[in-house]
Design a protein around this ligand. Sequence first.
Ligand SMILES: NC(=O)c1ccc[n+]([C@@H]2O[C@H](COP(=O)([O-])OP(=O)(O)OC[C@H]3O[C@@H](n4cnc5c(N)ncnc54)[C@H](OP(=O)(O)O)[C@@H]3O)[C@@H](O)[C@H]2O)c1
Length: 278
Amino acid sequence: VAAVAERDWQAILRLADLARRLRGRSAAAREGEAATARAAFDRAARALRREAGDPLVLKVYLPLVEAIAEGPLTLAQIGQSLDGRSATESGHSHFINGPGGLDHLHRLRALSDAVVVGAGTVAADDPRLTTRRVAGPSPVRVVLDPRRRLPRQRRVFDGTVPTLTLVADGDGRSLVHDPDALPVAPAPTGALPPAAILEALRRRGLNTVLIEGGSRTLSAFFAEGCIDRLHILVAPLLLGSGRPALALPVIERVEDGLRPQVAVHSLGTDTLFDCRFG
Ligand SMILES: NC(=O)c1ccc[n+]([C@@H]2O[C@H](COP(=O)([O-])OP(=O)(O)OC[C@H]3O[C@@H](n4cnc5c(N)ncnc54)[C@H](OP(=O)(O)O)[C@@H]3O)[C@@H](O)[C@H]2O)c1
């Protein structure tokens, strides 16, 4: 298991908290105040860089909190087999990843303001989307359920952590009966445009957003160029069939594929490919 020293993880959580506060300052906040907060963040980051020895802390979590301090950030994760599947054909995916991959996913949740999943994932997996494997706050849970097909008995609606449901604007039910429904104007296809989803979340102060899945949700954000970082968590497993982790519009030639900057890290039995775009 990719154990991260608790002391280092606590330092990352404190930095994430400082980064959120830094970002939360209104434009009207006095410049001096912002400079003090920035100096506190930089001091804490320097101390961690001196003291931590773990490459996951230094090369993955610290750069992430530094990016969080800079501005809105959209992360995505895929847990997949060696042959690029994120679920079997029937939609079974628990669990492709080992404990190291799952701990990492929970750490990403703890650093995020919101975690986004599609209705298909809630229907198939009934996830809680909390941080119960690691220390740190659970993010606001966001479900893309434009047609409001999910029953309220799903665990994501259990009230232990706030949950927002993204619905198509014009659905009168959402506005009248459900204060946790967040309406977004749909495209002519009926899909909710990913950029508009992110904008609606940012208006609620949710600036660091983790797109957790499934494949259709992630692919829609990806196709619109809305993902800043993608963490692919590869498990030593061959499924040989199943749902593709990512399904983007068809390209003709290899050179038309995306070539992000990639750093590779061990998560115990799983391997993390940390991909940066732009
Ligand atoms: N391995 C992993 O890391 C991982 C992570 C998460 C999930 N999964 C697996 O992935 C499978 C589910 O994935 P999936 O691709 O079938 O479904 P999904 O992405 O979870 O959900 C797709 C549905 O969400 C709604 N949706 C998503 N994006 C939307 C948008 N931009 N606008 C409007 N609606 C949007 C739509 O609901 P409507 O159909 O109601 O229109 C859409 O059909 C499950 O088997 C789960 O186990 C794997």
